[in-house]
Design a protein around this ligand. Structure first.
Ligand code: HEC
Ligand code: HEC
Length: 357
């Protein structure tokens, strides 16, 4: 027996098996330890949301629109200001309810006089959106300052002209005084309205269990969430949903992989042939992303459990289903029910509270 155990062939076999096992261990398909989870997450550009105003400035200050306490306070007032909508019935928070994940929980946005978004677009969250490299589903605005001009003027949102906004606000002495303090001129311009709103949005960052885990608290998230985080990091979700905001850092195709309509149980618009709907989801609104290339600004996954329904046209109600679709059509490897449930547990750790800076 002793002789057999020390036979060079047996030793070699044991060593090789051990190496393969080790290799497998290092490989993708296993759950990472707490330390590895943190390492991989941080190397994948995930970062905790800043806790203090000083740290915040390092992350979100805009050289073309320097933040100040007064500017942020003015922007907050304007974010909730009904004067910015034609019939004075809507403000930014009508569609971006801060306590409810920063969106409206509707499949598509409803604006001026009950008008629906013409492309059936879903309101994305404003929370953490200042961390994105571009705004809107097709990334057409470069930052939150530029973005803020859009909804005010859209006929199906607030339906105002820049001049109307300026006239209305210039009629208010208290606004004139505040703009004077912040921008040095009491003549209110649409440009400065956008800047003030943008400054406020830069402070709408949320912190939650995920941030505490990244900062070293192993018990901040459950074992189930850790399994989900492992899958998220090792199977490829993090390739697109990355950065401090867990998304918003690039433009990507959806779907990435072609699909066969028959094997998905979703209801298609009967008026469209399969060819006409390029998505594995119902094609409400016919939106095709940037330059009609099925290119989308990757959505931000912070607070995702509170921002149903999902996808650009709000056609999917359940987060589990959104994750399944992603695993199948973005990764080419459909997750099992248990894996989906773990990933959803992880995604819930991205829920957070707005930090009071
Ligand atoms: C009628 C509902 C509605 C109102 C009012 C509204 N929004 Fe939006 N918001 C939307 C929709 C829908 C989109 C996505 C539109 C698109 O991609 O073309 C959006 C997109 C955004 C985004 C981009 C987020 C991202 O991650 O891409 C920001 C930021 C934003 N809105 C801020 C604001 C501000 C500031 C106001 C007030 C000036 C405002 N919204 C008013 C519905 C609304
Ligand atoms: C190749 C890039 C890419 C990969 C990989 C990817 N996603 Fe996505 N994800 C996107 C894009 C783009 C969208 C927006 C699609 C749309 O709305 O039409 C999206 C949408 C989502 C949404 C819905 C967001 C919302 O606000 O409606 C969730 C949830 C999501 N992804 C989670 C995941 C998970 C979990 C994984 C891994 C299984 C993953 N994604 C992998 C690019 C990617």
């Amino acid at each position: 027996m002793k002789k057999f155990l020390f036979h060079p062939l047996v030793i070699t076999t044991i060593v090789v098996t051990f190496i393969i096992l080790l290799g497998n261990l290092k490989y993708k398909d296993r759950y990472l330890s707490d330390k590895e989870l943190r390492e991989v997450a941080l190397s994948g550009s995930f970062k905790p949301i800043p806790k203090t105003y000083k740290e915040l400035l390092k992350v979100v200050d805009n050289p073309e629109n320097r933040l100040s306490r007064e500017k942020i306070a003015l922007g907050k007032k304007l974010f909730f200001e009904n004067l910015l909508s034609k019939d004075k019935s809507l403000n930014c928070a009508s569609c971006h309810i801060l306590e409810e994940g920063g969106d409206d929980n509707l499949p598509t946005a409803i604006g001026f006089h009950g008008r629906k978004n013409p492309f059936h677009l879903n309101s994305p969250t404003v929370l953490n959106s200042a961390l994105a490299v571009a705004e809107f589903w097709d990334g057409r605005a470069k930052d939150v300052e530029q973005q803020a001009g859009g909804p005010v003027q859209a006929p199906f949102e607030m339906n105002m002209q820049p001049k109307d906004v300026e006239d209305r606000l210039n009629a208010s002495q208290s606004y004139k005084d505040e703009f004077k303090k912040v921008f040095g001129s009491s003549k209110i311009t649409f440009e400065n309205v956008k800047k003030a709103i943008g400054a406020y949005e830069r402070t709408l960052l949320t912190r939650g269990a995920f941030d505490e885990f990244l900062e070293g608290n192993n018990s901040a998230i459950s074992q189930k969430a850790k399994r989900g985080m492992s899958l998220f990091l090792t199977r490829g979700c993090k390739g697109c949903h990355s950065g401090m905001s867990a998304g918003g850092q690039s433009m990507q195709h959806f779907p990435l992989r072609s699909f066969i309509a028959d094997d998905i149980g979703l209801v298609f618009n009967p008026k469209l042939s399969i060819k006409e709907n390029p998505y594995p989801i119902p094609d409400l609104g016919g939106f095709r992303g940037k330059n009609d290339m099925l290119l989308f600004r990757v959505p931000i996954l912070r607070n995702i459990s509170k921002t149903a329904p999902y996808f650009h046209n709000g056609s999917v109600d359940k987060l589990e289903e959104a994750v399944r679709i992603m695993s199948k059509y973005q990764l080419g490897r459909e997750f099992s029910k248990d894996e989906i449930s773990d990933v959803v547990a992880f995604l819930k750790t991205l829920d957070g509270k707005i930090v009071e800076y």
